[in-house]
Design a protein around this ligand. Structure first.
Ligand code: ADP
Ligand code: MG
Length: 235
């Protein structure tokens, strides 16, 4: 049997807001397999980012099961969660979250330094360089984020997310700040990297045109996640 990359079973998330508890994620049972690209659409406030935080070990669930690789996340402390994240997961954000004072290469290298504190500097440099080359930015190593276009900044974000060779990439509306054409090419790149590296991707997106390109599509509504049918006309 193929091992799932990440899964949840009857998972609930309640968060306190003021005096009351909100039921954010409702009995979610979900699994993502190695190399699989799964898209999640749904209205703003429905719980998509919360699901990503749970799978990334950044939010503790109220009850139910969550596992990443072989680790059951529900019993882990913060340090152990950080280890699971480092070993398995890359995260891509809508607003890129690059450090403005660091060059493209330094931004990518930093992710490696944080993930593996015993890697020699020469190894860090060569791996960071290779990741930037993979996203087509070999010529932009010494550029600061402010000297890059939005699409280029997101490609640096992608290089940073994959430089640790995660088995699961969590992408939260990664094209939300890009124009349509740039968004499409960023997603082409994301998909080809996923295929080449057998990296599973959970892609949260508002863009249905991008969502339909995933292997599986899901929709979040008021904290409930359901599978959508495949659309007939796929390109
Ligand atoms: N830290 C928090 N405390 C309380 N409520 C929160 C917190 N974070 C998010 N929420 C609420 O959880 C719901 C789902 O939010 P979110 O997962 O960000 O949705 P989406 O990503 O689909 O827009 C929203 O109603 C939001 O207000
Ligand atoms: Mg969100």
């Amino acid at each position: 049997m193929i091992e799932n990359i990440a899964r949840t079973r009857d998972m609930n998330l309640h968060l306190k807001s003021g005096g009351s508890a909100l039921h954010i994620l409702k009995s979610i049972t979900f699994a993502i397999n190695p190399g699989e690209v799964v898209s999640v659409v749904g209205p703003s406030g429905s719980g998509k980012t919360s699901l990503l935080m749970v799978l990334g070990g950044l939010e503790k669930v109220s009850d139910g099961l969550v596992s990443v690789g072989r680790s059951d996340l529900t019993g882990l402390d913060e340090d152990q969660l950080a280890d699971v994240r480092r070993q398995n997961i890359g995260i891509l954000f809508q607003n890129f979250h690059l450090i403005p004072s660091m060059t493209a290469l330094e931004n990518v290298a930093l992710a490696l330094e944080i993930a593996f504190d015993d890697l020699p500097l020469s190894e860090i440099r060569s791996r960071a360089r290779a990741a930037l080359a993979e996203v087509g930015l070999a010529e932009r190593e010494t550029h600061l984020p402010s000297a890059l276009s939005g699409g280029e900044q997101q490609r640096v974000g992608l290089a940073r997310a994959i430089v640790t060779r995660p088995r699961l990439l969590l992408a939260d509306e990664p094209t939300g700040n890009l124009d349509q054409e740039t968004a499409a090419s960023a997603i082409d790149l994301l998909f080809s990297l996923a295929r080449r590296n057998t990296m599973a991707v959970l892609l949260i997106t508002h863009d249905n045109g991008l969502a339909v390109r995933a292997d599986r599509r899901m929709r979040m509504d008021r904290g409930e996640l359901r599978e959508l049918e495949r659309e007939a006309a796929l390109s």
